[in-house]
Design a protein around this ligand. Structure first.
Ligand code: ACO
Length: 322
């Protein structure tokens, strides 16, 4: 039987960390460091400069993941990029990344759009491609220049997000590495979190910026993350006691704490990067995974769960054994 297993990870954050004070002063916001820290747990984020595209961040993260896996570009036979902020309407950011990485073997490359759940979706898709036997070495990336869609005059949303990219190399294996995945979407909640504008006839129709009902998103995120954690464990025939580490989407420390309260896990079992990175949407889960592997919290043989929640409303989880 063929399974898939993560063989390397990489992450990249653009530029220097920007503190709450620096952001407030730089953007002229009516806010405070205290408000942002208390309500969100965010102290810093990284913002890409105007000339940096999502594929540039993805290239850095992917290159690091390839080194960690001991692979080179032409070993890759599938590229999936999860992003809400693609370089352009088309071609896909995955195809642009394929060119930048010098992958010349004409392997399939495509984007996945599930907002902050995007990486969890992409990993589940790559796992299925590998288990089909048709692919052996997938590059799966979550990458965003989310700052492109932020309205810097809307203090209720612009302080929450940051830019970055995380990547994994997923390879065919005799041993299971992705033990189970669960994916969900409920489009009836599409209005609580969206960037509703679109391009038509050479102009932007509607509002191109991210809009959010913060409290509705908060409640839905806590409920869906808690429920999907139980669902993916039961799909794998495991329980919370078997888990070593939980890697949740990094939207807000209060969402993470509320999920922790619902699950019988200690604070030290949760990976938290939101304080240093803000919410990097599809990049948040692979960046947190990479951080946990590089600082030694997640080691070979350990069991971890990744949870995504985001616009759509979408949510999902992957249970992985490293
Ligand atoms: N600085 C100062 N004051 C602010 C700011 C700010 N940046 N933003 C809002 N306020 C004010 C509001 O105007 C309001 O003032 P008022 O009482 O005079 O009207 C007050 O703070 C309280 O506003 P609320 O919206 O009630 O604050 P709340 O406690 O709900 O916190 C927050 C807002 C942080 C957005 C919270 O709802 C939240 O975290 N929601 C989840 C949203 C999220 O994480 N989205 C990420 C994308 S989705 C995802 O990744 C899953």
């Amino acid at each position: 039987m063929i399974f898939s297993r993560i063989s390397g990870t990489g992450g990249h954050l653009p530029g220097n960390p920007i503190s709450n004070e620096e952001l407030i002063a730089g953007k002229g916001l009516d806010s405070s460091d205290e408000w942002i820290r208390v309500r969100t747990g965010i102290a810093y984020r990284h913002l890409a400069n105007a000339g940096t595209a999502t594929s540039d961040l993805a290239l850095e993260a992917a290159s690091r993941a390839l080194v960690a896996a001991g692979r080179n570009s032409d070993d890759i036979d599938l590229i999936i990029v999860a992003t809400t902020t693609p370089d352009m309407i088309f071609p896909s950011t995955a195809a642009i990344l394929q060119k930048k990485l010098l992958v010349t073997n004409a392997c399939p490359a495509f984007d996945v759009q599930a907002v902050c759940s995007g990486f969890v979706y992409a990993l589940s898709i790559a796992d299925k491609f590998i288990r089909s036997g048709e692919h052996r070495c997938a590059l799966v990336v979550g990458a965003e220049v989310f700052s492109k869609i932020l309205d810097w005059s809307d203090r209720t949303s612009c302080v929450l997000f940051g830019d970055g990219a995380g990547a994994v190399i997923l390879e065919a294996s005799d041993e299971p590495g992705i033990l189970a995945s669960v994916l969900h979407s409920d489009g009836s909640h599409s209005g609580i979190l969206s960037a509703p504008g679109c391009l038509s006839g050479g102009t932007i129709l509607g509002d191109p910026y991210l809009r959010m009902d913060g409290q509705a998103v908060f409640k839905l995120a806590v409920n869906s993350a808690s429920n999907v954690a139980d669902e993916v464990l039961s799909k794998a025939g495991l329980s919370q006691a078997d888990l070593d580490l939980l890697i949740p989407h990094q939207a807000n420390i209060r969402i993470i704490q509320a999920v922790a309260k619902r699950l019988a896990l200690s604070d030290s079992q949760f990976v938290v990067t939101v304080s240093e990175q803000g919410n990097t949407s599809a990049a948040s889960v692979p960046l947190a995974l990479d951080a946990a592997i590089r600082d030694g919290r997640l080691r070979e043989g350990m069991l971890a769960m990744m949870i995504g929640v985001g616009g759509g409303f979408t949510w999902g989880a992957n249970l992985i054994k490293l």
